[in-house]
Design a protein around this ligand. Structure first.
Ligand code: PMP
Length: 324
């Protein structure tokens, strides 16, 4: 077997940020075997920072630079413990910005250590509900205003949706050979499903757009009825919510699938061991949902599912190290 030829020449790439996006779309050859529709996985965990959020980080900074709101040397601030912080840290390193991440105390020490290693200033806030003055998003907004930092604000930024509409969506349609039967993703900010959903509504109107939501999240009920469902505990990170994010457009979503933690984590182990896909918990959630959709027999064309992030950020989680 030979290696695939490089798709972007080193001579033309200006640096690592040019390698964001253009991720592989791979069939789940074993896990999806025998189903009426094939399942194709979009490997966003293979972005340079290990998640789909690299696209969003570079898009938000590009947008702010274009509008003249920031220039190199400025300080960016975001309320995040996770993937967006790592994506922004890469952009900050390459473009010459400083970065502050505000995170609640409950976030893992691994995440704090990773951001510190990347040179990010980390502000830890007490765990506090959404409108409390100590809440991490409230604190980030306050520090931004006091210090004149640029709040990247992934939950509100139109650039978050736009980058998926302009890059992730066209990539999957092209890589799938021009036909998609269904698209399945979870929603954290809602940027991925809203952006790809809008693109497919134009380019492939027959494609079903399916939200994969953890059991315990209120989003599935909100998508179905307009009323947020009851808030329950769940361990999968980065998706689901007790409050609909501002940029999540429920009108693009056709169906929802609710997935319990145990099924998500069991599926991560299958993805690792049967497909060699080194992914995190929300990938398990999305793939469980995608397999249900593919098994339904009602889909005409491939089922595309997003694998949002990499396994490395969950190394210390008991569910990851368990035999499975
Ligand atoms: N999975 C993980 C692990 C994430 O961090 C995120 C982003 N919060 C998502 C899925 C969902 O992506 P989006 O914000 O585009 O809805």
């Amino acid at each position: 077997m030979s290696l695939a030829p490089p798709t972007r020449s080193a001579g033309r790439a200006r640096g690592i940020l040019d390698w964001i996006g253009g991720t592989p779309l791979v069939p789940l050859a074993r896990i999806g075997a025998g189903l009426p529709s094939i399942v194709l996985a979009k490997c966003e965990h293979m972005n340079p920072g290990g998640s789909v959020k690299d696209r969003v980080a570079v898009a938000i900074v590009d947008d702010a630079e274009r509008r003249g709101v920031i220039r190199p040397g400025a300080t960016l601030i975001e309320a995040t413990a996770g993937n967006t912080g790592i994506g922004l840290a890469l952009v900050a390193a390459v473009r010459g910005y400083s970065l502050v991440c505000v995170m609640p105390a409950k976030m893992s020490v691994d995440k704090r250590a990773s951001l510190a290693a990347l040179g990010v200033r980390v502000v830890v806030t007490p765990n506090a509900p959404p409108d409390h003055p100590d809440n991490f998003q409230v604190v980030a907004r306050r520090i931004a205003a006091e210090e004149g930092y640029f709040l990247t604000d992934q939950f509100e930024s139109p650039a978050n949706v736009r980058v998926h509409e302009e890059t992730t969506g066209p990539e999957i349609l092209d890589q799938a050979g021009g036909t998609i039967g269904a698209f399945v993703a979870g929603a954290g900010t809602g940027g991925t499903i809203t952006g790809v959903g809008r693109f497919l509504a134009r380019a492939q109107p027959a494609a079903r757009i399916v939200l994969a939501d953890p059991v315990g999240s209120g989003l599935a009920a909100w998508v179905e009825t307009g009323v947020v469902g009851p808030d329950g505990p769940y361990q999968v990170e980065g998706i689901g919510s007790g409050k609909p994010p501002a940029i999540l457009d429920r009108t693009v979503i056709d169906d929802v699938e609710r997935v319990p933690d145990a099924e998500s984590f069991a599926m991560v182990h299958r993805l690792l061991r049967e497909e060699g896909l080194l992914v995190g918990g929300s990938s398990g959630t999305a793939v469980v949902a995608a397999l249900r959709v593919a098994a339904s027999g009602r889909i005409d064309g491939p089922v595309v599912v997003v694998l949002p992030d990499s396994w490395d950020r969950y190394a210390s989680k008991p569910w990851m190290s368990r035999g499975g």
